[in-house]
Structures are given as C-alpha cells and as structure tokens.
Ligand binder design. Structure first.
Ligand code: SF4
Length: 407
C-alpha cells in the first residue's frame, strides 16, 4: 500500500460519509453526533479516534474532554470601537458592525460591552492528520502529512459547502476541545507532521488562534499552510504572511454575481488576497470547484486563467476540482469529467503551466508534468504519491526550476 494511504489509515477510522478519494479537504464529522451517541461510541472505544487521539486524550475520556458550548474566549485585536458600544470587525471585508451582545456574520465573534471577542480561540472541533495533497497543495513537501485543524464558523455561506456541518454552526452547536496553541504544536510534532494546516472552514474566523499556533509552529520548524477562501482584509493578511509558508486559495468563480449568489461574499477582495500572497512570496496554489451550470462557462474560465497568468504568473498551480451533489446543491449532477478536461485544456492553452484535476482519482492530470521537457515529475493517484523527480527544486530531467517548497 502507498505510504500516504497507510499513514492515514493508521491514525484514523475510515470516513463515515464519503470515500476518502471522492472529496478534497473534507472534515470527518465525528464531532457532530448527538451527545448520547457521542458518549455511547466513546464508551465502546470506537469512532472518535481523530481529535481525541491526536490531542492525547485517553479514549475513555473523550466524552469528558469534548465540550459543547463556549469553552474559552479571547479579546480580538481586529476591531474598531464605534459610538454607543457598537464595534466594527476589521478581519474580513464584511466589516460587520456589531451591537453590544450580538455576534458577527461568522457566528464566532461577539461584542461584549463594546469589546470584540473570538469565541473559538483554542477550541478546535476538527483535528486530523492529512496528506498535504488533500489540502490540495501539490508543490509543498509531497507525501508528507499536515496537522490539520478548524474551529466552527465561516464568513461565507457557500451553497456547495462540503463542511457545512461545522462551517455554518455556532460554538454552542458543536463539540470542541480545549486545546491551546502549545498543545497543538506539541501534538503536530509528536505525530510527525511537517506542517500545520488551517483548513476545513475559513481560517480567518479563527485568526487569533491560527496566528498564535503559526508563531509557535515556525519556531519548531513546522510549515504553516492555509486553505482559504481568501476573503480577508489586507492588514491581517499581511501580518499572517510573516509566518505563512503556503496557501491554497479557492477562486470559486470569476464574477461578482457568482460570489454574491452562491457564496455570500465578493470576488474583488479574493483577487487582492491572491496578489498580496504572491507579493509576500507565500507559495500559492489555486482551487476552482467547477459546478455544472453555475461556473462552468469556458469563456469565463478562460478570462480567469488569463488574469492568473497576468497577475500571478504562468507558474501558479491551479486545481480544477470536481463537484459532487452536496448541501444546498443536491439536485445538480457531479461535474462531468469532460467539463474538467475542457477547463484544463483552456488553462493550458492560455499558458498556465501546472493545471490539475481534482476529485477524480486516477486521472492523469493528478500528476505533475514539467512544462519544459513534458516529462512526468510527480506521480499521484488520489492522495497517494509515487515517484518524485523534482531534485533541489528542479526537474530531474531538464533542470527547469519548479515552483514550490521541496525540502
Ligand atoms: S470575521 Fe466574522 S465578524 Fe469579522 S467581519 Fe468577517 S464575518 Fe464579520
């Protein structure tokens, strides 16, 4: 068996709802059970392996260790005080204005007496040891594992969200753990991860927690990587870039209408985030989930690819990912593979050099090909990695530099 697959199988149970190969960065929803089922399963010593095991709780105490409701809060540095005790959150472009006693749109930030608090600091509800390929990051330490975490909440409401059980939840709805940054970094080292990934929901909403873990992780020689919707304000982003090594940003579509109607967000701030990450020299990859009839217009995808080439460079890896019916879009069919093939051909035709197809295990476009000599230089099937012919950051056959983090 491939090393990546066996690593994951050793640590976790198999996914209860989806096959591992069918979806990208999907969280296993084992903290979404009823309290009764949760306790029952813990008592049986099964099921709740991932979070509890990774954080070092004995199986019999999982139920006691996980808590529903608010565990800890932390004062946020990212808000402006307004008249009458109202505040304005400065973390993301929604810039929520929040009255005393109320919460922002992401549900995990609350105005308490004119001060704004994170309600999820140190309280992850999902912690997994994933192959880095699952983020997906194909140009970062191939076949290593990433200590991946999320709290509940999100600043988008995507109709196709694959982690909606936690992204659209409030802290009171989901079981979480009391796990301060130092615990997370210690555990990441213990389980042999090479990176910490902030993922599954939009990490901006647990910004303070992400930042504190990142600083500690950096000191311990771990990489910091995010999978993000890119909907963050420039100032907190630049601050994060100081400790961020790599990012996969969802470019969910290429029109403002699509972002507004399908995600409850906006395109322009995401494009600004992409440009900032490039400027700050954070390794960047892009993911576009291609959804039938929603964002599969080839002329729009071509416009998007031309923008990427012009603003970010032809060597920016892009992943066209297959949609499966989920959440509020269950009536749509899965994306035909031929649609993804056409999207890839379009991207290659405008000059993008690393164009992948995701969520189609076994597709040839999971591999990395050298844009110069055209030889396959990284072999992949799903999240499993085979031959890697990148040496010292260059194609082993022709010497072309390949963008990414390789050592
Ligand atoms: S991070 Fe949350 S509270 Fe702050 S602006 Fe964004 S959605 Fe609103």
């Amino acid at each position: 068996m491939d090393e990546a697959a066996s690593r994951e199988d050793n640590v976790f149970m198999s996914e209860p709802l989806m096959s591992r190969s069918s979806f990208g960065d999907r969280v296993r929803p084992n903290l979404l059970l009823s309290k009764r089922d949760f306790v029952k399963l813990c008592g049986m010593g099964i099921c709740l392996l991932s979070v509890g095991d990774l954080l070092g709780f004995p199986k019999t105490s999982h139920a006691q260790a996980a808590q529903k409701g608010l565990i800890k809060t932390k004062l946020s540095p990212c808000f402006t005080s307004l008249d009458g005790g109202e505040i304005q959150c400065e973390l993301c472009p929604h810039r929520c204005r929040v009255a005393k006693g109320r919460r922002g749109l992401c549900r995990v930030r609350e105005n308490r007496d004119g001060k704004y608090y994170s309600l999820v600091y140190g309280n992850p509800c999902a912690v997994h040891l994933d192959p880095i390929e699952k983020k997906p990051l194909f140009h970062v330490l191939p076949s290593t594992t990433s200590f991946s975490l999320a709290t509940m909440g999100c600043n988008f409401q995507c109709k196709f969200c694959q982690n909606w059980e936690i992204s659209q939840a409030s802290p009171e709805d989901v079981y979480s753990y009391d796990a301060p940054p130092e615990v997370m970094v210690k555990k990441a080292k213990e389980v042999g991860a090479r990176s910490v990934a902030y993922t599954y929901v939009e990490p901006t909403i647990f910004y303070e927690y992400m930042l504190d873990i990142s600083h500690l992780a950096k000191k311990e020689g771990l990489l910091n990587v995010v999978h993000s919707n890119g909907f963050i304000n420039p100032e907190p982003l630049k601050n994060l870039c100081k400790v961020l090594d790599a990012a996969n940003i969802d470019l969910k579509g290429f029109t403002e209408d699509y972002y507004r109607e399908m995600c409850g967000g906006g395109l322009h701030p995401v494009l600004e985030t992409l440009k900032t990450l490039k400027k700050e020299k954070v390794h960047l990859e892009i993911t576009t989930l291609v959804i039938p009839t929603k964002n599969d217009d080839l002329s729009v995808l071509k416009e998007m690819c031309l923008w990427i080439k012009r603003e970010l460079g032809a060597d920016t890896p892009i992943h066209f990912s297959r949609f499966y019916p989920l959440y509020k879009l269950r009536s749509l069919p899965p994306t035909p593979v031929s649609t993804l093939d056409r999207a890839r051909e379009t991207a290659l035709s405008v000059g993008l050099e690393y164009v992948y197809i995701g969520n189609v295990p076994g597709h040839a476009a999971e591999n990395t090909f050298c844009p110069k000599c055209k030889k396959r230089i990284i072999q992949r099937t799903g999240f499993m990695v085979g031959e890697v012919d990148v040496k010292d950051g260059k194609c082993r056959y022709c010497g072309k530099p390949i963008p990414g983090i390789w050592t």
